[in-house]
Write a protein that binds this ligand. Structure first.
Ligand SMILES: *[C@@H]1O[C@H](CO)[C@@H](O)[C@H](O)[C@H]1NC(C)=O
Ligand SMILES: *[C@@H]1O[C@H](CO)[C@@H](O)[C@H](O)[C@H]1NC(C)=O
Ligand SMILES: *[C@@H]1O[C@H](CO)[C@@H](O)[C@H](O)[C@H]1NC(C)=O
Ligand SMILES: *[C@@H]1O[C@H](CO)[C@@H](O)[C@H](O)[C@H]1NC(C)=O
Ligand SMILES: *[C@@H]1O[C@H](CO)[C@@H](O)[C@H](O)[C@H]1NC(C)=O
Ligand SMILES: [Ca+2]
Ligand SMILES: [Ca+2]
Length: 799
């Protein structure tokens, strides 16, 4: 089919469509037939309507109920051929020359849908039989493997043919129950071989109309109380024949199904789970009664029954048409064949104590449960098939009924099914699953002890539940009954791993999966995972400067710009939106801000786009900042005070120095030194006169190139000489020296001392006491302070 559509031209396809349409409309003209439940089309012996079907059988149909016969042909002796639907499949059953065949020939034959069926090679009735349903080919499922010769022209198969149903179950020789039911079916056309079967001209028919109707949803009603009843609108004129069929579901043992009549009546009711059929066509005297031997009609399953009254005789049949009860009134055939029916009550009486009701009707209580598919026919001369009566739309009166659905649990509204473990179901209170009956009437239920006998094994504790129990296993066991050894107990997982128990019959290490805790690996998680060299469930050290593995752990030192335990994530500098209104551009080691005043983001690590402010990526808390500022201010004050003291002291000293001095020349040479200090160390010229100067002169001289050194006065200062010793030595020299004019820049110190204008050697003392302190921390304050640190530390290091 598919390959055709690929190669055909549109016009060809159009023609094909037209042809299909023509053929379809042609079928229509051959006679569309709707055959209702209990209806049939029948051809007499020798009609041979199926001749040719052994080669090819075609039909189009739709059906509405669960199962039923579509085509049945009787043969000589036990021979027959039957085709029908069962369980949404097509099914064939035949018996030819003593050989029985049963086979399903197609799937997906859904209810309420039109299906096109073509069956070829029916003759052999085996796997070679070809079936195409709605364009899909199926291989038959043959249940019996025999070789038959199905030939409808042979004399062995020339009996009656029935289509769409059957007149009586007695006329069928079916071996199984699979097709034993009246279908509700619509047949569009049927062709045997090359010949269309003329559905318009059967030998006889019943319940057939020319117009197909869609499958009607089943009409149903739930009778909810002991007072429920319906009075239906039906033809209650006196007639000699009546058919009433009904489907029901109940668990109650007693209840009226229907009562058709007045003084004369046809009635059916449940008594003790059996069905009772009663007929009185006279309207007086004792009636006739039949009670079925079967007492399980209240088993809660759907029961299909149909009562056919013909004159003084009534027959009760099941859904397939099997007779289960028969009564004959009055013994003679002709007394009063017409039934003066006044009404049809279904499910109950408006007044169960009414004097109108004959005493013979022993069961007057309402039916409790669900009723479905009421069918009714009343006729005198021409046989009629019963038609469906809608419970909701075709009643004169009703009480305590529900038409919405079969409400099993709403059918006990007259009772209190509220005790522990009770429920209402189809007209009775019953103990729910897991409860036993302690007493009937009133019903009392008890929770059955599911721990007795104890199903729990290996010392497990049993807890009773409702229709269940719970075994609390000891550590080593698992399972509903604690009968299975836990793999996780015998083969535990190590290092805090989670053990996942697998379903194995015998305990083994492979019967469990270990889900390792971070940092561990291996089947039982017994091994450390080396995060420095492999991918572990705890990660793998990447982007690192160094990595150190340990058991169950690792330490990974991240490269600049990375963070996380395994350094796998790049730092997102823009995370807290440092640029404010600007756009933050994240880089590995920092960020820049695209601000209106700086679109290119030239300022790295800028904070917000407000007034330009650069933030050290190393965050300093405001408190720390304040502390540092306070320290700076204190330091500044100290420095100022220090400088002020120095100035004062210098001026005093200068005076003294110039007193000894040699005039402007000397002063000039001093200035030279001071100038040099300015160049080398910056602005701290005052140090030219303290011990630092002395030392620094020495130092700078030492550092200077030999040729430079000659430009400056050489001092007899040994490489490793102590400044103190040196000064002391010079002091001694000065005291011994009688030469007044010995001019040496160190001399003023020699003249210092008590009583001197300069006072004590305060600068030396202070210098040496300062030397006890370490000023290295000033370096930490940045390059601006390293100078200060050097200054302080130099003074100390030479002491
Ligand atoms: C059958 O199908 C028709 C529409 O195709 C739908 O209206 C009808 O309700 C269906 N009947 C049942 C019983 O599902
Ligand atoms: C547990 O024990 C009960 C009663 O002995 C048995 O019927 C059931 O099959 C057992 N279930 C399992 C899972 O072994
Ligand atoms: C059944 O027993 C297990 C183990 O003692 C417990 O965890 C669980 O909650 C119990 N279940 C019920 C429904 O009582
Ligand atoms: C157990 O582990 C194996 C191998 O690791 C895996 O293939 C399997 O899916 C796991 N089973 C369960 C139930 O976790
Ligand atoms: C700032 O970031 C932007 C976007 O990545 C970039 O184009 C620009 O060159 C950066 N500016 C500087 C000065 O690095
Ligand atoms: Ca229990
Ligand atoms: Ca590790």
């Amino acid at each position: 089919m598919c390959s055709y559509s690929g190669s055909t031209t549109p016009s060809y396809r159009l023609m094909l469509l037209l042809l299909v349409f023509l053929v379809a409309s042609l079928h229509q003209t051959t006679g569309e037939k709707f055959i209702d439940k209990n209806g049939y089309l029948k051809w007499n012996l020798g009609s041979n309507v199926l001749v040719g079907a052994e080669t090819r059988l075609e039909f189009t149909f739709r059906y509405c109920n669960n199962k039923g016969v579509l085509i049945y042909q009787q043969g000589e002796g036990r021979n027959f051929f039957a085709l029908g639907v069962n369980d949404q499949r097509l099914y064939i059953e035949a018996s030819i020359d003593g050989l029985a065949v049963e086979m399903y020939v197609g799937e997906d034959v859904l209810r309420n849908q039109t299906h096109d069926v073509t069956i070829t090679n029916l003759r052999t009735l085996n796997a070679n039989t070809g079936v195409i349903i709605d364009g899909i080919a199926y291989t038959p499922e043959v249940l019996t493997d025999v070789v038959v010769d199905l030939d409808f022209s042979r004399s062995i198969l020339v009996g009656e043919t029935q289509i769409g149903g059957y007149e009586s179950i007695d006329q069928l020789r079916l071996n199984t129950q699979r097709l034993k039911a009246y279908p509700i079916v619509c047949i569009d056309f049927m062709r045997a071989g090359q010949t269309d079967i003329d559905l318009n001209n059967p030998s006889s028919q019943l319940g057939v109309t020319d117009k197909c109707v869609v499958c009607l949803p089943p009409s149903l009603v739930t009778l909810t109380k002991t007072t429920s009843y319906l009075e239906m609108k039906v033809d209650n004129n006196p007639r000699s024949n009546t058919i009433i069929s009904i489907n029901f579901r109940t668990k109650a043992t007693d209840g009226l199904l229907f009562y058709f009549g007045g003084p004369a009546y046809l009635a059916l009711y449940l008594e003790g789970g059996a069905l009772v059929l009663r007929l009185n066509t006279r309207g007086s005297g004792a009636d006739t009664k039949y009670k079925t031997t079967r007492t399980t009609f209240n088993d809660g399953e759907m029961q299909e029954v149909s009562v056919t009254r013909t004159g003084n005789m009534a027959t009760l049949v099941d859904g397939a048409g099997n007779i289960i009860a028969r009564v004959t009134f009055g013994g003679s055939q002709n007394s009063a064949q017409a039934l003066n029916a006044e009404r049809l009550y279904v499910g109950g009486f408006p007044d169960a104590n009414s004097a109108d009701l004959a005493d013979d009707i022993e069961v007057r209580q309402s039916f409790r449960g669900c009723l479905e598919e009421l069918r009714f026919a009343s006729y005198s001369a021409v046989e009629e098939a019963p038609t469906q009566i809608n419970f909701e739309n075709q009643n004169e009166a009703s009480r305590d009924v529900d038409f919405s659905a079969c409400l099993e649990s709403a059918s006990c509204q007259s009772y209190s099914c509220t005790g522990e473990g009770q429920q209402c179901s189809l007209g009775v209170c019953e103990c729910i699953r897991g409860y036993g009956v302690l007493s009937q009437d009133p019903l009392e239920c008890y929770n059955i002890d599911d721990c007795s006998p104890n199903p729990c094994q290996n010392g497990a504790v049993c807890t009773d539940k409702i229709a269940d129990y719970n075994c609390t296993c000891t550590d080593r066991y698992k399972g509903k009954n604690c009968s299975v050894i836990r793999n996780c107990y015998d083969f535990p997982c190590l290092n805090g791993a989670e053990c996942i128990e697998l379903d194995t019959p015998t305990p083994s290490a492979t019967g469990r999966n270990c889900s390792c805790a971070p940092g561990y690996k291996g089947v039982d998680c017994g091994q450390d995972c080396d995060e420095c060299s492999e991918q572990c469930n705890s990660g793998m050290c990447v982007n690192s400067i160094s990595c150190e593995n340990s058991i169950g752990d690792f330490v990974c030192e991240c490269k600049e710009g990375y963070e996380g335990k395994d350094c796998s994530s790049e730092i997102d500098w823009c995370k807290d939106n440092p640029c404010g209104t600007g756009i933050c551009n994240n880089f590995l080691t920092g960020y820049n801000c695209t601000c209106p005043d700086d679109p290119s983001g030239a300022v790295p690590n800028r904070q917000s786009c407000g007034p330009l402010r650069v933030v050290n990526p190393i965050q300093i808390s405001p408190a720390a900042l304040v502390a540092i500022l306070v320290c700076l201010v204190i330091l500044l004050i100290l420095v100022i005070v220090f400088v002020a003291f120095r100035r004062q002291y210098q001026q005093k000293k200068k005076k003294a120095l110039y007193g000894y001095g040699n005039g402007p020349d000397f002063e000039e040479s001093r200035e030279n030194i001071m100038k040099y200090e300015e160049e080398g160390y910056g602005e701290e010229d005052q140090d030219a006169y303290d011990v630092n100067l002395i030392k620094s002169v020495g130092d700078t001289l030492k550092q200077r190139k030999p040729e430079d050194r000659s430009k400056y006065p050489t001092l007899p200062l040994g490489e490793a000489a102590d400044v103190g010793d040196f000064i002391h030595g010079r002091l001694g020299d000065a005291e011994k020296d009688t030469n007044d004019g010995a001019i040496d820049e160190m001399m003023p110190f020699g003249d210092e001392g008590q009583g001197s204008l300069a006072g004590s050697l305060s600068s030396l003392n202070s210098s040496s006491s300062d030397g006890d302190q370490n000023y290295d921390y000033l370096h930490d304050w940045g390059p601006r302070f390293s100078k200060l640190a050097d200054m302080f530390n130099d003074g100390e290091s030479d002491d």
